[in-house]
Ligand binder design. Structure first.
Ligand code: ATP
Length: 462
């Protein structure tokens, strides 16, 4: 991990050239990520996760849940509805202020976020060039644009029936603060964690799944006593960075970015992003925010329901402060993919390999017969069946063994188990390691235990 004074340019970020295009193509070819409604020409910036993508997404989510819920006795889970009473979004400030200033190029009519255009921000629109058509200085005045998707509840499409698709999961946690605290008798400090969909009508989505209109968040709101928030903020920053590093992300491509006064949301006392060095620059994929007592305070005011906490030992009542850890699940998945993608030459041939941490890989192992004869396919099928359940394994009999290895390298499968001539003699199989390419032999009867240990102690389901 570096701090943000790290100044190396993107060119030496170490990613293979053209990485984003390569990722998009691999993701489709190997069943990770597809464009939504592709057969109809797609829909703007929504993606579908294919058989391998959902595995990778589930693994990241499970590891996050284990870290954030199971590890701490004072953090519990929640799954709130996507649709909420519209007053929630008035109280949170999203109805009034969840807006981006939007400008349009008068020449090609493409729209941009004004804060993405440096000359415009500096008050010199005449010097700002359009990145799409190249025209300089032909901009409309900025217009505010609300990022929330609206829909209608019930049969009448009028203002009274307007509801919103939630733009963040956090509010579902705040409005349930009392329900959770009282029902499971948590004492401050304690946290509520949630993973779920969020929707934002982004003006400039892009960079594949980096910024999409439908995405998933993994958020945890930690309620603390006023006066202790700075300490907890530092603690959560450190814990979150440590966890990100356990995903196997290269530390030199990670850093904190602390918000300056001009970036800080008005309700935030402090905020730090965890950024990754993407091929398109350093960008946030998780934020740690000191949100003060703004959220519970606003909901208390708007709902008229008391959201104070009575601290018995201290004999005082207060509205808790909140430290939030807010990560994008889909964006973290992009970090994992970008960091794992590698190309190298092996035996004079180019190989693409996803160096995913074994515990994250969609398949923990692939099982092959060396050839389709001498009873090898039957033995490999039986081995695959024995491993299925605790592990996600693939049985593949098509193509040359070399081709089968390459396919698994591209999908990040850490181990390939091959049934070969020697298996028929001594009931062992060849285990080929994705990264080192080393081959060892393991007895068929010991493969499950061996695999469990090799992927980090246990199967993905344990
Ligand atoms: P950005 O400035 O990139 O739009 P943000 O500061 O609005 O992000 P938050 O509201 O703090 O983001 O959301 C927390 C996390 O949710 C982000 O760090 C990111 O990982 C994820 N996220 C936010 N918007 C999107 C999006 N449109 N697509 C995918 N992930 C998103």
């Amino acid at each position: 991990m570096t701090d943000e004074t790290h100044t190396a340019s993107n060119a030496d970020s170490g990613h293979p050239p053209g990485l984003m295009d390569k990722l998009v193509s691999l993701a489709k070819r190997r069943g990770f990520i597809f464009q939504s409604s592709e057969i109809y020409g797609g829909v703007g910036s929504v993606y579908d996760y294919g058989p391998l993508g959902i595995e990778l997404k589930n693994r990241i989510q499970q590891l996050w849940w284990r870290e954030m819920v199971y590890r701490y006795p004072n953090i519990v889970g929640l799954d709130a509805g996507i649709l909420m009473n519209p007053e929630v979004w008035v109280a949170s400030g999203h109805v009034g202020a969840f807006t981006d200033p939007l400008v349009e190029c008068r020449s090609c009519h493409r729209r941009f976020r004004a804060d993405d255009l440096p000359q415009l921000e500096a008050g010199e629109p005449e010097a700002q060039q359009c990145a799409v058509c190249g025209t300089t200085g032909k901009w409309t005045d900025p217009r505010q644009f609300n990022l929330m998707f609206k829909t209608f509840m019930g049969v009448v499409e009028d203002d009274a029936a307007t509801v919103y698709l939630r733009p963040e999961t956090a509010q579902g946690i705040f409005v349930n603060f009392r329900n959770v605290q009282e029902s499971v008798r948590q004492k401050v400090p304690f946290g509520i964690a949630q993973v779920g969909k969020a929707f934002r009508n982004e003006i400039t989505p892009g960079n594949f799944i980096f910024r999409t209109r439908e995405f998933e968040q993994m958020e945890m709101q930690f309620f603390v006593a006023p006066g202790t928030e700075d300490e907890w903020f530092e603690m959560w920053k450190e814990r979150r960075m440590r966890w990100v590093e356990t995903l196997g992300i290269r530390p030199e491509r990670l850093r904190f970015h602390r918000h300056g006064p001009d970036e800080l949301a008005h309700y935030c006392k402090d905020a730090s992003d965890i950024q990754y060095r993407f091929p398109f620059g350093w960008q946030e994929f998780e934020g740690i925010h000191n949100r003060t007592d703004y959220d519970l305070g606003r909901h208390q005011e708007h709902s008229g329901k008391k959201l104070e906490y009575f601290d018995q030992p201290a004999n005082r009542k207060y509205v808790p402060y909140v430290i939030e850890t807010s990560a994008g699940l889909s964006r973290t998945l992009l970090v994992v993919l970008a960091d794992a993608y590698d190309e190298e030459e092996v035996g004079g041939q180019q190989r693409v390999v996803l160096r995913l941490k074994p515990a994250l890989a969609p398949f923990q192992a692939a099982v092959f017969p060396l050839v389709k004869k001498d009873g090898m396919p039957e033995i490999s099928e039986k081995l695959a069946d024995e491993l299925r359940g605790p592990f996600n394994v693939l049985h593949d009999i098509t193509g040359s063994i070399g081709k089968r290895y390459r396919r698994q390298d591209e999908t990040g499968t850490p181990f390939c188990l091959t049934i070969d001539g020697q298996t028929l003699e001594d009931e062992t199989c060849t285990v080929r390691d994705r990264d080192s390419l080393e081959q060892t032999r393991v007895p068929l009867s010991g493969v499950a235990a061996w695999l469990g240990a090799a992927i980090g102690g246990a199967g993905p389901d344990s």
